[in-house]
Every structure is written in structure tokens, then in C-alpha cells.
Write a protein that binds this ligand. Structure first.
Ligand SMILES: C[S@@+](CC[C@H](N)C(=O)[O-])C[C@H]1O[C@@H](n2cnc3c(N)ncnc32)[C@H](O)[C@@H]1O
Ligand SMILES: [Zn+2]
Length: 267
């Protein structure tokens, strides 16, 4: 079944010979890397939106080393339990979590606004429909999705409500208060507490909160992996350069990541 929606006229898209086409003959070619660009100029605010190539490469190098594998495993287990047909990963980035989640569902789509991230993602898994697009206008048909995921990514509430089936699920993952505390302490004079609960407040009128487990991962990083971690987080550009440099010069760094998972169900 095709779940994609034409971003120009909002009709269904269907795929023939590596081209997605709607009945009004708007057409979108599958790129040679295996993704489709549905981010049309009408919805674009900048030429190269989303993450830079450096942060995409840093995230790929860090995640593929397995430091966040406990989160990946927790998500896979949960999705297996929920028995999901159609999954939409919003802000899929370079696809580390999307790739693992796909094995548990019938159909899987990953959408991200950053073309360079989706290009890297598309190499990972050919069984995923990889899409360059924006969460502000998801290129996905109404009431077609059983589970939306937003992992450290934007949560376009109205669009998520539109694409989800009745009583379908939303998983949000966001840093828990203890997340990388030692690293943030080294980078900033004053450490701002992460406040995951604000997402519950934003979503609770339309979604019921079903579960809220916290997943932790402890690891020791060498200099290169620490640099990758700093580069893939928002801390990179917020920290003072001299603090960042001092931290990056440490021989090895012990850290604990703490992830807040929220499982919501559409009311
Ligand atoms: C911190 S990254 C997380 C990536 C991935 N989920 C992961 O955990 O590895 C946030 C992602 O959201 C994407 N993003 C930002 N704004 C977006 C939007 N309006 N629509 C879709 N994706 C967006 C960025 O390009 C980036 O890849
Ligand atoms: Zn169209």
C-alpha cells in the first residue's frame, strides 16, 4: 500500500519505474541513492535545511559504535510488543533507529528535512521508504499510520494527528534530566536541566500517556568519539570554545546517557 501524499495537491502518490506520481501528474523521481525528495519549494525556508554534513557524519560514527544501542533495543522491543503495521519516523536523521525499527513493522517510512542525512540513511536499508520532507507538511496520507516516532526531533502535533489512524501511537524520545550531565557540566558554567515533561504538557490534550520508561547507557569515550558526540548535539555551538577544547583534549571521558521515552496513544 502506498502511504505517500503529493506535497503539491495532497493526492495519493503511486510508484512506477522509480517515479512517484499523483493523479494530477506531479512527479518525483527516486534518486540513485534510493530516496525521494518531497520537499517542494513552496514549503522550503532555506536551501539546505536541517543538519550540516559534519553533524550527520559525526552522528553516524558515534551511533554505529553502539553507545546508544540500549535505546535502539528498547525501541525495537516496544514496537514488537505493539504489533505495528505502518511506521513513520519523523526527523529520521541518518537512520540509525529507523533501520532497526523497520524489522518489526510491515511498512516503514523515514522523513527528514536534511537531504544529506537522508542520503546517508538510504544506504542503510532498502526496505524503508526514505523521504526528504518537512514535518510541517508531512507528505503522508491522512489516517494511514499506526505509529509515529520522533526521536530528538520536532513534534509537529497537528500533522501527527492528521496522519495517525484513530487510537494509533506516538513515541517521543528526548533527553532525561541526567542525560550526559558530566559533559554538560564541563561545557557550561551553568547546566540547564532538561525538562522532558514539557512534551507531555504540549501533547496531553490529544494523546493519552501510556508509558514513560527511562533508558540509560554508560560508556567511556576516546577523544575522537567524544568529539563526535559533541558535534552531534546542540551543545556544540552553544558551549564556549575554550571549554569545548579543554573537554575534547581529555584522554578519555566516562559518561552516562539517559533517555526519556514517552509512549502516547491518540485519544
Ligand atoms: C537531533 S536529530 C535526530 C535524528 C535521529 N532521529 C536520531 O536520533 O539519530 C534531529 C533531526 O530532525 C531533523 N529536522 C529538523 N527540523 C525538521 C523538520 N521541520 N522536518 C523534518 N525533519 C526535521 C533534522 O534534520 C535532524 O536530522
Ligand atoms: Zn499532485
Amino acid at each position: 500500500m502506498n502511504l505517500l501524499m503529493c506535497p503539491v495537491c495532497r493526492e495519493a502518490l503511486s510508484l512506477t519505474d522509480r517515479t512517484w506520481r499523483c493523479l494530477n501528474n506531479h512527479s518525483y523521481d527516486v534518486a540513485k541513492q534510493g530516496y525521494v525528495n518531497l520537499h517542494v519549494v513552496q514549503h522550503k525556508h532555506s536551501k539546505n535545511p536541517g543538519d550540516t554534513s559534519e553533524s550527520v557524519q559525526a552522528r553516524r560514527a558515534f551511533l554505529s559504535a553502539g553507545f546508544y544501542a540500549p535505546l535502539q533495543h528498547a525501541l525495537v522491543e516496544k514496537i514488537r510488543e505493539l504489533r505495528i503495521e505502518n511506521l513513520l519516523d519523523i526527523g529520521c536523521g541518518e537512520g540509525y533507529y529507523t533501520d532497526a525499527m523497520q524489522a518489526e513493522v510491515m511498512q516503514c517510512m523515514g522523513v527528514d528535512i536534511a537531504k544529506n542525512a537522508v542520503q546517508v540513511a538510504a544506504k542503510l536499508n532498502k526496505n524503508i521508504t526514505w523521504v526528504v520532507g518537512t514535518g510541517a507538511t508531512l507528505p503522508v496520507l491522512d489516517h494511514s499510520i499506526d505509529l509515529c516516532t520522533s526521536l530528538f526531533s520536532p513534534i509537529p502535533k497537528e500533522e501527527i494527528l492528521r496522519v495517525l489512524k484513530p487510537q494509533a501511537y506516538l513515541i517521543v524520545v528526548t533527553p532525561a534530566p541526567a542525560h550526559l550531565f558530566a559533559m554538560r557540566e564541563a561545557l557550561f558554567d551553568e547546566v540547564n536541566e532538561h525538562d522532558p515533561h514539557k512534551f507531555v504538557e504540549q501533547l496531553q490534550d490529544a494523546f493519552e500517556l501510556i508509558e514513560q520508561p527511562i533508558v540509560e547507557s554508560e560508556f567511556t569515550l576516546d577523544q575522537q568519539q567524544l568529539k563526535n558526540l559533541i558535534a552531534m548535539t546542540p551543545y556544540a555551538y552553544k558551549a564556549k570554545p575554550e571549554k569545548r577544547q579543554a573537554l575534547e583534549e581529555q584522554g578519555s571521558t566516562q559518561l552516562k546517557a539517559a533517555f526519556q521515552i514517552y509512549l502516547f496513544q491518540k485519544k
